[in-house]
Structures are given as C-alpha cells and as structure tokens.
Design a protein around this ligand. Structure first.
Ligand code: ADP
Length: 454
C-alpha cells in the first residue's frame, strides 16, 4: 500500500546506523590509544596488554628443527618446523581430531592426549630424537592466560567450547610438562604462546618490517612489539629498559567498561546481552566472524517483524540465533550476477525463502555496510597502535590472519581506506598482508629465540 516503505528507505536508515565517518573514527582512535597506554601502565585494565615474555624480535637467522603444538579449537596440530635461516622455514604437520568428550573431560587427560600425539609424531618422523637429544617444543595455546614467564600460563577461563575441569586457574605449561614426563616423550616445552603472538613473530621472521599482527577470524585480537621502558607495570621486574617485548593486547575488550566510544547499534547490544559473556569483548562483537552474520540476521528479523519482507512465508529457520554464518555475507557481496543468483540460492536452500530482486539488492548492500564497519573498526585499532608507536612517517607492515581477513572480499582494501581516513594520506604507509602461520611457525621461532637467550 501507499505508505509502505521501499527497500531504499530501509537502506537509508541502516546506512546511517552502520556508517563510520572519518571524524567518528578519529575519536575512537584517540580513546583507543589512551586505553592501550593504560593497559601498559597498570595491571587489570580494560585492554589487558599482556606481556608475553617473548623478548626482542626474530633476526631471520634462527635455524634448526622445532616442534609446534597447536591447541586452538577443532583440531590438535603437531608441526615439525625447520627454520632454515635467511628468513625461510618449512613445515610438516599432522592434525589430530579432538572429540567433544576430550574438550569436556578432566584436563589431565587432555594434556596426556597432547603428549601421546607428540610421541607418535616423533616416533614416525624423527628417528634421531632421543632422550639424549630431545627436541624443543613451542606450545600455542590460544585461550586467555596470565603468564609470569615464557613457559608458564595460568588459564583464566576456557573459551571456544572447551570446558575441561581442573585447568582454569592452573598452570597449563606445568600440566603439559607433567604429561610429557608421564609418557616419557623425548621433548622439552620451552615456550607457551597464543596465536596472535605467534603470528607477530612468524611474520617478523619473514618480513622484518612487520610491527603489528592482527587476527580477524572467529575473534579479533592484535599483538605488537613494545619497548620495555614504556611499560610502567613491568618497572619492578628488573628487565633491560632498552629491550622490547611482544605484547598480546587482547584488544577485543576495548570499550567494554563504560561503552562510551563505540557506536553500538541495538543489534550489537542484543548480541551482547544474549551472549554467554554479556558485557565483555565489546569491540570484538562488532568486528569478528563469529558475530557479523548474526548482526545481519537481526536486521532482517527486524524487517520481518515490521512486515517489510517474507510476508506469508515461514521464516522459522532464519529465526534461529546464529543461523546465518558470516561466510554468507562474503558470498552475497561477491555475487557476480545481475539477478543476484547466489543470494537467491542462499535464501532458498538454507532458509526455504523466496526473495525479490529489490530484497536481494538490499541484502547485498546490508552485508557491505556490516563488513565495511567491521574493517573500519579494525583500522581504528591498528591506527591507535601506529600513532602510539610513531610509525606513521616511516610506515610499517601489519601481518593479518583469520578467515575474515583472508576470505571476505575487499576486507583488506577497506582496512586500508579506513587507515587513510583516520591518519590522512600518510596512512598509505601502513600496509597489511597475509601473516605467516603463527601457531605453527611462530611457536617454533619463539622456542628458538628463547633457547638463544638462555
Ligand atoms: P579461527 O579464528 O577460529 O582460528 P578462522 O580464522 O577460520 O578460525 O575464522 C572463523 C570465522 O570466520 C567464523 O566465525 C566464520 O564465520 C568466519 N568465516 C569463515 N569463512 C568465511 C568467509 N568466507 N568469509 C568471511 N568469514 C568467514
């Protein structure tokens, strides 16, 4: 009827909600920079800025064979990393499936399984490794840990669907070492790290101009090298003030305290309130792959409730929370056809819904708005580190990894545009590229660096 809003009217409303102006971005960067600094000066701040105890930066000359154990989500990965020097490495890996029971049963069993997998890997691939000639392991354990030294880490809480009892509050480094001993494995674990720190170090090994690493996958995080003398909270630790240490920012928590800086929409607030951790990870919830599809779905459901689309069709499949994966946004944005056939397929096949061309054009535009906002927010975080460290003049490279960065069409270009919008023309000096395998190569390089400093 005559008063019905057109899809163009709806789009205008959402464009206003999801667009970040350069001016708004600059305000976010100012607050971000200040928050990063607070985290460096004091413990227990919104952005924790964890020192990783990985000192210095790799030289690219580190060499030798190391193992990397990667416990990060679906699989357990054991990698043999041969560091060749000359900024090069080779990786051979085996993946071991983790069952749901293993994620939930006693923590000792989980680490015993890790030790058994390593033993099997050594027996199969490394005949020269013996108790007199043990191999060094770097352990990538991508869950939030508080570390007091490089081979130590108290698990703060499990994430990503793990719930193994008797691990939270315990030193995972020690638990893993116990299991290695129990199974008589000829290996020594010397470094515990998370994937973001690994990505930083692996990228610096290959491309020494790298100053920052960013992960844009299920979650969102960054790491960078910081001068010890700038880290007030480490001043009692007797460290060399002229050295640098990798900082694991855990920046996904930005703005979780008073929600003053990020322009959260009601969809962002809904996601937060219905999540298993309300009030946490405010920045991550607007950016990462886990949430972008859900933001999109919530907008569509609002339009369904307003009677603006799918009248007379059954929308129950689309009503299920988290039923729309971020990968669908990628697909919708890259649909090459005028008729938007990919989008027809998605709605038809996965949700049993018929769409009009006007609706499909709206969906694609909405995906763009949500994807673009995410990339521009990520750019704000990168810009804050760049400004804080004064990298704008000389420029720097940023290693980036995760499906959102690697697979979402145009994500990198949108980050670069965002950097120019906040930093001006010199923002072009900040470039991103696909980071090296942080949880594999990074773990090995860190183990090698740790050995060299002993
Ligand atoms: P993780 O961060 O868990 O190590 P990934 O980097 O693969 O793993 O990120 C997984 C996230 O990326 C999921 O939230 C998923 O929705 C999203 N994702 C997967 N494929 C794509 C894609 N093609 N485009 C955008 N996002 C994707």
């Amino acid at each position: 009827h005559a008063t019905a809003k057109s899809m163009a009217d709806h789009l205008e409303k959402y464009t206003n909600l999801f667009t970040l102006s350069p001016q708004r971005m600059r305000m976010i960067v100012d607050a971000f920079e200040e928050t990063l600094d607070k985290g460096l000066q004091e413990w227990e701040q919104v952005i924790p800025m964890f020192p990783t105890w990985v000192f210095g930066t790799p030289k690219g000359t580190e060499s030798g064979d190391y193992l990397a154990l990667d416990l990060g989500g679906t699989n357990l990965r054991v990698c043999l990393v041969s560091l060749l020097g000359g900024c090069k490495f080779e990786i051979t890996q085996t993946k071991y499936r983790l069952t749901e029971e293993q994620k939930q049963e006693d923590g000792c069993k989980l680490f015993d399984f890790c030790a058994e997998c390593i033993k099997e890997f050594i027996d199969t691939h490394l005949p020269n490794v013996t108790h007199d000639n043990p191999i060094v392991i770097g352990f990538t354990f991508s869950y939030p840990c508080l570390q007091e030294r490089i081979d130590h880490g108290i698990l703060i809480r499990w994430t990503k669907g793990f719930g193994a009892p008797n691990v939270e509050g315990h030193d995972v480094g020690e638990m893993f070492k116990e299991s290695l001993k129990k199974f008589n494995v000829p290996a020594v674990m010397t470094a515990l790290l998370n994937d973001t720190t690994g990505a930083l170090i692996a990228s610096q090994y290959v491309r020494p101009k790298t100053k920052i690493a960013v992960i844009l996958g299920t979650g969102c995080n960054a790491a960078y090298s910081e001068d010890i003398k700038s880290i007030g909270k480490l001043k009692d630790k007797n460290l060399d003030p002229d050295d640098v240490v990798a900082i694991n920012c855990e920046w996904g928590a930005f703005d979780s305290d008073f929600h003053q800086h990020l322009p959260r929409t009601k969809y962002d607030i809904h996601i937060d309130e219905h999540s298993n951790k309300p009030g946490e990870q405010a920045f991550e919830k607007m950016i990462s792959g886990r949430y972008l599809g859900e933001i999109f779905r919530l907008v569509i459901m609002e339009l369904v409730d307003e009677g603006a689309m799918f009248l007379g069709q059954n929308t129950y499949k689309l009503e299920a929370p988290y039923s729309l994966d971020t990968a669908f946004l990628s697909l919708m944005e890259s649909d090459p056809t005028d008729e938007l056939l990919t989008i027809i397929g998605i709605f038809n096949h996965f949700y049993g819904l018929e769409t009009t061309l006007a609706e499909r054009q709206f969906f694609r535009a909405l995906a763009r708005l949500i994807g673009r906002r995410a990339a521009r927010l990520a750019a704000c975080g990168i810009a804050a580190i760049v400004r804080k460290k004064g990298y704008l003049e000389e420029g720097c490279e940023v290693g980036a990894d995760g499906s959102l960065y690697n697979k979402y069409p145009g994500f990198a270009q949108r980050i670069h545009q965002g950097l120019v919008d906040v930093l001006g023309a010199k923002g072009k000096n900040i470039t991103t590229y696909h980071a090296e395998d942080g949880s594999g190569a990074g773990a090995a390089i860190i183990a090698a660096m740790t050995k060299a400093r002993k």
